[in-house]
Structure formats: structure tokens, C-alpha cells
Ligand binder design. Structure first.
Ligand code: F3S
Length: 111
């Protein structure tokens, strides 16, 4: 089992989940995070930290379609181990549905 980040993270990227992770298994894209499925120790500590409710266990049927995306980009994007300031507009994106189609970015975080 692992936890996965779903499209609810896109353009929110609050990063509140990152300091909760004792396994440092979050990876950062331009506008979303993912979890490395093999590094996640299944503690679930990140889940309630996310204001966007973006993190689900892979046992949840809604998580399945995001598992492959987490696996793929966790091996491409850089590791993130601390909370970063989120965009001023992040709150505006919490309630937006279906963000993947039009707002997902394959680019890694630029820092
Ligand atoms: Fe994304 Fe939620 Fe973490 S919006 S960065 S999964 S706190």
C-alpha cells in the first residue's frame, strides 16, 4: 500500500503535507506534488495536513488512476523536504474540479 497525491493538489501545492512526512517521499513538480510509492511507509501522517484533501490511500478506488502518475513523476521531479510558501491564488483552486486535463504540468519545480 501507498498514499497517492491526486489532481486536487494541482495549482494548490500548499506543501503542508511535506513536513509531516518522516520518509521524505514527496517530489515536486511545477504546480503539484507526488509521493514515491516505494518510499512511502504508509503512515498516513500527511493526509490530514492537506487543505485540498488531495492525498488518498491507494486502497481508495479514486486513487487508482493517480498511482501511475505518482510513480512516474516521483522518479523525475526533485525531492522536497520542507514546506514552501504557496501561491497567493492557491486557495482559489481548492474547489476547482478536473484540474488535470487543463492545468497539469509535467515540468519539475523550478528553484
Ligand atoms: Fe498538495 Fe495538499 Fe500537499 S495541496 S502539496 S498534497 S498539502
Amino acid at each position: 500500500m501507498t498514499y497517492v497525491v491526486t489532481e486536487a493538489c494541482i495549482k494548490c501545492k500548499f506543501t503542508d503535507c511535506v513536513p509531516a512526512c518522516v520518509a521524505d517521499c514527496f517530489y515536486e513538480g511545477e504546480n503539484m506534488l507526488v509521493i514515491h510509492p516505494e518510499e512511502c511507509i504508509d503512515c498516513g501522517a500527511c493526509v490530514n495536513e492537506c487543505r485540498a484533501n488531495a492525498i488518498l490511500p491507494d486502497t481508495d478506488p479514486r486513487a487508482q488512476i493517480w498511482l501511475e502518475l505518482n510513480q512516474k513523476y516521483a522518479s523525475i521531479w526533485p525531492n522536497i523536504v520542507e514546506k514552501l510558501p504557496s501561491s497567493k491564488k492557491a486557495e482559489d483552486w481548492i474547489e476547482v474540479a478536473d484540474k488535470y486535463e487543463t492545468h497539469f504540468s509535467e515540468k519539475p519545480a523550478q528553484r
